[in-house]
Design a protein around this ligand. Structure first.
Ligand SMILES: [Cu+2]
Length: 200
């Protein structure tokens, strides 16, 4: 495992333990397990105003009525992002025509390099249902904050930089409420597609 992979796993781990703590706190405070979304809905997801790879404005309102997946990353990512987008593509393919009844967003944490043109070129490698969102730094920061994503620029020795970021795929329901992290690594595309269909 290289340094980058272990760092990303660390961030993922931190996110999950944060989630566990969060649910734990709710159970502790209210004495009962929260009923599905309700309380988490307030914490993950919210308003955003970005543009997709074709220059079309996309906001949270455009996502209403369909369950959707959200993943934050960047096109220069060497492993986690391309792997995740490949896995998401497999699920979309598995859905067949039903893929039109869902949404799949890839939101950049690196708008400086990930311009609309870069996103368009990069996403041509994946399922066409995937929409790559970018915008100015302030708009990206807002989306990052709404989705409680961790993203940080890390300088490299050669003067270049990479990004540390949360590598969780979020499953959002028809109303834009957070359901759960969507696991693509431990289940088959068929199982993941079946899970997504339940929220259509
Ligand atoms: Cu990445």
């Amino acid at each position: 495992m290289n340094e980058k992979t272990s760092r990303i796993l660390l961030i993922f781990g931190a996110f999950l333990s944060g989630l566990v703590l969060f649910f734990g706190a709710i159970v502790f405070i209210t004495g009962r397990v929260p009923s599905s979304v309700g309380s988490t809905a307030a914490t993950v997801g919210g308003p955003f105003h970005l543009e997709d790879q074709s220059g079309k404005v996309v906001t949270e309102r455009d996502m209403k009525g369909k369950p959707f997946l959200v993943f934050f990353g960047f096109t220069h990512c060497p492993d986690i992002c391309p792997t995740t987008l490949f896995d998401m593509s497999q699920v979309l393919k598995q859905l067949g025509p039903d893929a039109d009844r869902t949404g799949a967003l890839f939101i950049t944490v690196d708008p400086e390099r990930d311009t609309q043109a870069v996103m368009k070129d990069y996403l041509s490698n994946f399922d066409p249902h995937l929409r790559g969102l970018t915008g100015d730094q302030a708009s990206i920061n807002q989306a990052i904050k709404e989705y409680r994503v961790y993203a940080k620029k890390v300088p490299l020795k050669d003067g270049d930089y990479t990004m540390d970021h949360t590598a969780v795929v979020y499953l959002m329901d028809k109303s834009g409420n957070f359901v759960a992290p969507f696991d693509l690594t431990k289940q088959s595309p068929e199982a993941a597609a079946a899970q997504l269909r339940k929220y259509m």
